[in-house]
Design a binder for this molecule. Structure first.
Ligand code: ATP
Ligand code: MG
Length: 356
């Protein structure tokens, strides 16, 4: 198989974990006889420094001419004081918008062998394997009006939780399709006892569910979902929810794994071009030290191989290799303690390649 992959390393540890991803992809190409062509693009702070633009047109063109996009991370203290239009994050937001990446998939898997790093008890974590499907282009973060106003000496502010039926339909459809490939259960999270948008969300979820009789649909209020994620995370298979609810719940769920360095993500569009990136940021505190955990990025590569290229066997090989490496007691600094020596980023990538 021949594929073209756009590589956007970005800033900070984004660059380091991207090197690991490329290393891993080369090894897969060789082993399974595929051809991956890499095209590098600038994004974020580095792009601002070199071109004055957090998302140069050239980068967008490279992405659009590729079969998939792999992103490291953007941002860092160097650009924190920049004016709004010259912030690294602007580049990523614009890229999401330009590629219409409406579904953010964040799988959360608890590995027994690193459970000691989670604040939750090992027996609660055992067997946790869930997928959060967060709506990414609508909801509370994009509804209009979103503004401040002054009236009769009183200051007020408003944000709007807005959805079209179509927007809800496409994200719920995505969740059901994914559930079909998993344990066939969708938990639709809303606040239907209070919000009109949630009542419509629930209606649409019911309608979509009628087309998937083999998949179980459960509704759950978001406050209860936040509690259940800690009390008994095993009950979840696919969680689908509104933009902000998904933002909050997925950060909460990251603690089921023990480190931000463990979580991959995929952002899907309705076209065949999707983007894959680790959930973590550029981690300026450890940038350049060769100690970042590359696992979130390697698992993002696995998601790319599965979702964009249908390379199930190769994706499984990466995931199993990661599991194997943890089982053999090897960890990077974020997960290490006095009982575990800590591996560098590069050493961790080598371990995973070897296990694969
Ligand atoms: P951003 O604004 O870019 O999202 P942030 O400060 O919100 O940045 P991260 O950059 O993800 O979040 O870092 C948060 C903390 O987690 C930092 O202390 C960082 O060192 C740690 N961290 C994040 N990713 C990793 C990783 N892959 N390996 C090790 N530690 C990590
Ligand atoms: Mg962050």
């Amino acid at each position: 198989m021949k594929k073209k992959i756009a590589l956007l390393p970005g800033d900070g540890i984004g660059k380091e974990v991207m090197e690991g991803a490329v290393d891993l992809l080369k090894s897969i190409a060789e082993h399974y006889h595929h051809e991956f062509d890499f095209e590098y693009g600038l994004i974020g702070g580095g792009a601002i420094d070199q071109t004055g633009d957090p998302l140069p047109d050239e980068t967008l063109e490279i992405c659009k001419a590729s079969d998939a996009v792999l992103l490291g991370a953007v941002g860092g203290p160097k650009w924190d004081e920049n004016p709004a239009e010259l912030r690294p994050e602007k580049g990523l937001l614009k890229l999401r918008k330009e590629l219409d990446l409406y579904a953010n998939l964040r799988p959360v898997q608890a590995y027994e062998s690193i459970a000691d790093q989670s604040p939750l008890k090992a027996e609660i974590l055992e067997g946790v394997d869930l997928l959060i499907v967060r709506e990414l282009t609508g909801g509370l973060y994009f509804g209009k009006p979103s503004e401040r106003s002054h009236h009769n000496g009183e200051e007020s502010a408003v944000d709007t939780l807005f959805y079209n039926r179509n927007e809800i339909e496409r994200i719920i459809e995505t969740a059901f399709k994914l559930a079909r490939e998993r344990r066939k259960k969708v938990t639709s999270v809303d606040k239907a006892n209070v919000l009109e948008s949630s009542r419509m969300w629930r209606e649409v979820a019911e309608e979509v569910a009628s087309k998937y009789p083999d998949v179980e649909l459960q509704h759950m209020l978001v406050d209860n979902a936040a509690m259940q994620l800690i009390r008994s995370p095993k009950q979840f298979d696919v969680i689908v929810t509104e933009n902000m609810f998904g933002d909050i719940l997925s950060d909460e769920a990251s603690m089921l794994t023990g480190s931000l360095g463990m979580l991959p993500s995929a952002s899907l569009s309705e076209s065949s071009l999707h983007l894959y990136e680790p959930v973590h940021g550029s981690a300026p505190d450890i940038a350049g030290l060769n100690k970042a955990n590359p696992v979130a990025m390697m698992l993002s590569v696995a998601m790319m191989l599965r979702h964009s290229f249908s390379l199930e066997e190769e994706a499984n090989a990466i995931e199993l290799a990661v599991k194997h490496v943890f089982e053999s007691g090897k960890r990077t600094a974020d997960l290490a303690d006095k009982n575990h020596e800590s591996l560098t980023t590069k050493a961790m990538v080598e371990e995973v390649k070897e296990a694969m």
